[in-house]
Write a protein that binds this ligand. Sequence first.
Ligand code: FES
Length: 571
Amino acid sequence: MADTPKGMRKGLTRYGDEGFSLYLRKAFIKAMGYTDEALERPIIGVVNTFSGYNACHRTVPDLVAAIERGVMLAGGLPVQFPTISLHESFAHPTSMFLRNLMSMDVEEMIRAQPMDAVVLVGGCDKTVPALLMGAASADVPAITVVTGPMSTGSHRGERLGACTDCRRLWGKHRAGEIDAEEIDAITDQLVPSAGTCCVMGTASTMALVTEAMGMMLPGGAAIPATLADRMRHAERSGTRAVELAREGLRPSQVINPASLGNALTVLQAVGGSTNGLVHLAAVAGRLGIPLDLEAFDAIGRETPVLVDLKPSGEHYMEDLYKAGGLAPILREIRDLLDLSCITVTGRTLGEDLDRAPPPFEQHVVRPRNRPLRPHGGMAILRGNLVPGGAVIKHAAATEALLVHTGRAVVFDSMEDLTNRVDDPDLDVTAEDVLVLRNAGPRGAPGMPESGYIPIPRKLAAAGVKDMVRISDARMSGTAFGTIVLHACPESAAGGPLALVRTGDRIRLDVPQRTLELLVSEDELAARRAAWQPPPRPPGAHRGYLKLFLDHVEQADRGCDFDFLRDGDRPR
Ligand code: FES
């Protein structure tokens, strides 16, 4: 590695004359005001994902400043650069459609520009996965800094947090319990500060599993966005990035089957978002590591849910921070983890855990002998309806519905759902199973978070809080209910979900991990022979939409593009 170019000499632009390339590069970078001495330092790229559309990233400029300070303190030269920034509510048709694009942007900008290490600054649901995917493919030494969770708000004396309470209160509005004026007033309080959603949604999940996987300094996942501690963590990460540049510790040395196993174990123990599974599959895929869904299910059978956070529990991320963050969780499941995994500290996970602040009494992370739930938050289902698997977050489901047989009420698309779900004449009862199809990676496209199928208004008004719901879509980690997601293969790809008809019977058995369409094989074969794929959406003949539709993989492979797996480009 001694002759590998460093700093400004890395990845020279090709003019056919390397001396000229370096000379020209120096001339242009000097226009930024740097001295020769500064340019001789290790260069630390800092991914700046600030966007005026992204409140979850509102503090990124402060974080970048703190990271730059840390880099300078350690003798490096920080150079920030922008990438795509994605916010959940500002990405049409859905942020998942754009995650792979952001990951490609991150990978190519890390590859194209000279940097000896990179600090990945993200937070909102898709940004951390995209950063990790891109960094894993580029395989330059990397460390993650998340923006951190937002504070909780308050409405008429009630503590509120995005976005579990967003959905709960909207449900009350739909049921007629909250009028239009009050629901409008609530928008002042649901997102009261900068930072990411403050429940165990996808952002919190990805922050915790990233720390568990070793791609973040210990203690970084749960620090609230607005605290000084968050800035100190960023500064320390900048300092550590310079050391990483010197040591050459790359993501491919940190992310491996064992550290991914730790991430999956933590995903179960925290009652994390189902989206975490998709994103981890995508990150693993970038390094050629297949994610074994059965292994994940097996982890769930022996890993208890310990973290008492909404939507499965009571507390919010700022409470988890005060309870010690990830460390008390890791301590409780220490025997289930591979403690020999190397983290970005350069130490093992076990050594990092031994150095964590000592435990103290708290009420957010339960002890192993008094878990929130004895088994993990998620289960993998198989059966003739989902031969490629599906996931259910049973920690957030209604116990009585975990074994249930009901009549299917099918919605052909999200548009069909919108048009009919609240129709007073819709033939539906609380015992029925709501099915939404054509909402998967290709079908929607982008596998939107539409799996949280609303309870039909007339049933909601009658007090029905939960029903069995099945789709090939995803669901926000902040949502709750007896909801089967990621049906694989999706219906737009000819999966069995495409064959279900209203009136068919469906049997869900979570303890047995099965989901069956109770229709004869002969009848299903006849339906399959008559099935026609849905037409491609308008605009699918060109651009990113075409790329997406031609190459997106199914949920079990992380919805990544087939050509992005296995980082096989020379590094
Ligand atoms: Fe950004 Fe929830 S919208 S984390």
